[in-house]
Design a protein around this ligand. Structure first.
Ligand code: ADP
Length: 449
């Protein structure tokens, strides 16, 4: 299964990572830059001190050794003989192992520390051998204070700042996404309870941002859909109602014609009129019933119904139909199974299931009805050993006007409304209906009341 990561978590991870990268890059730049600046200033300082001492020595100014020995401004300079022997300097640097090299200041690593070393040499008197080596040495590490504190900041404050950013950010996005949760909740309620009258909750003090606009727009759209659905249901209800009388008249006139028919041809014609009128009449009454249930207008006369009696009536009414295909009808009813139900409605649901069992049953097959108590509930199972329904169709059979095989069903004047009607009736009783089927083996409908 695909792992669901909420947008809130993704946003939090994204900007926390971004922040971390940003902080590390900025701090690295600051540390690098400050290090470079420190080196530059150390170099300048060392060059200045060494150059001044070199000039004094070149001009043979008296007292240079004393100045180097005592003055603060020359504290980084030492004077050596040309043989490398230390002569004078405020600090005796431990750098004799580094050979003297006149030229540019350079970085040397001594005892794990970085130093800037700058050497110059003064010539001997009038080009004669002799002279001095003047060496300036200054440690770089002492100027690295900023770098160190930056590392401390990195190690201590960054995790703290990141934690704060992650928690704070997650809290803010969670609040900002609250309307989305409301939208999801409402959409789920509408689809699971099929109640289109639900609306997305909008807090009166909510900010008028994009999500607020989305909730308002969706609510407006739901109003429109609800209105259209109501209109459509009203139309179905009105149309079925208007069709009822003319169809009853056609049916009555057809039956009258059938009685008057003098030859086979007339009889056949009248028979067709009666059959088709009956089909349309069934269709219209199913549509009317569904429209009434949808509009919560269906009368529901709850009474104590003995399922033993109800099953007998249902089987009795289907006997003739079953015998046309030599299908046997069986029933087993647990003694004293009484339910609170609207008898005519429940009877029509059960009769419908038996009728389907016969319609889609094989010649000489059987349809079985069993009623049993399941704790507080009652279970009614209608099963057959007929043609069965393939998996591909099984999920769709409850849809209005859905028929698995149009041509085959036409023999019985099917309209694909039977099972949707059964389902609506059972749900009106607060029950549920499920189906199991295997092609070539049979079908089983299970009602729980
Ligand atoms: P219809 O009026 O076409 O029978 P239903 O809503 O009662 O409409 O059934 C829908 C479809 O489900 C039917 O077209 C049929 O193919 C299939 N079906 C229903 N009951 C059975 C059954 N007991 N065995 C096999 N198929 C069935």
């Amino acid at each position: 299964m695909k792992k669901i990561t909420s947008i809130k978590t993704r946003i939090t991870i994204w900007y926390t990572t971004l922040m971390f990268v940003l902080i590390v890059v900025v701090l690295s730049l600051v540390v690098g830059l400050s290090y470079q600046l420190s080196i530059d200033s150390v170099e300048k300082d060392v060059i200045l001190q060494v150059t001044q001492v070199t000039e004094k020595l070149s001009k043979r100014q008296p007292g240079v050794f004393e100045i180097v020995e005592s003055k603060e401004e020359f504290k980084n300079v030492s004077i050596y003989g040309t043989d490398g022997k230390y002569l004078v300097g405020q600090y005796h640097y431990d750098v004799e192992t580094i050979p003297f090299r006149a030229g540019l200041p350079r970085k040397e690593r001594i005892g794990g520390k970085d130093y800037i070393v700058y050497d110059t040499r003064t010539p001997g008197p009038r080009g004669a051998p002799g002279g001095f080596w003047i060496r300036g040495v200054e440690s770089v590490s002492s100027t690295m204070l900023l770098g160190r504190s930056a590392i401390v900041i990195m190690l201590v404050f960054i995790p703290l700042v990141l934690l704060l950013a992650a928690f704070g950010g997650h809290y803010i996005t969670k609040r900002a996404f609250h309307p989305v949760n409301n939208i999801i909740k409402t959409a789920n309620e509408i689809s699971s309870q099929k109640d289109i009258s639900r609306r997305i909750e909008i807090a009166p003090d909510s900010k008028e941002d994009e999500l607020h606009q989305l909730s308002v727009t969706l609510n407006r759209m739901l109003d429109k859909i609800e209105h259209l659905m109501r209109q459509e249901k009203q139309f179905t209800s009105d149309a079925s109602h208007e069709l009822r009388t003319p169809i009853s008249v056609i049916l009555a006139q057809g039956e009258y014609l059938l009685d008057l028919a003098e030859d086979e041809k007339e009889k056949e014609l009248a028979q067709t009129i009666v059959e088709k009128a009956k089909q349309v009449s069934t269709l219209v009454s199913r549509l009317l019933l569904l429209a009434r249930i949808d509009q919560h207008r269906q009368k529901f006369n709850k009474e104590k119904v003995d399922l033993g009696v109800l099953v007998d009536i249902a089987i009795d009414s289907m006997k003739d139909f079953a015998s046309q295909k030599e299908i046997l009808l069986f029933s087993t009813v647990e003694e004293g199974t009484i339910v609170d139900a609207d008898e005519p409605l429940l009877l029509s649901a059960i009769t419908n299931l038996i009728s389907n069992g016969i319609k889609y049953g094989n010649e000489s097959g059987h349809v079985t009805l069993s009623v049993s108590k399941l704790g507080e509930k009652t279970e009614i199972v209608v099963s057959d050993n007929g043609i069965g329904i393939s998996k591909e169709h099984l999920g769709k059979i409850w849809t209005r006007f859905y028929r698995v095989d149009d041509v085959r069903n036409d023999v019985y004047g099917s309209n694909g409304l039977g099972l949707s009607m059964v389902k609506s009736i059972i749900e009106l009783h607060g029950g549920s209906i499920t189906v199991k089927s295997e092609v070539g083996k049979g079908t089983e409908f299970r009602i729980l009341l």
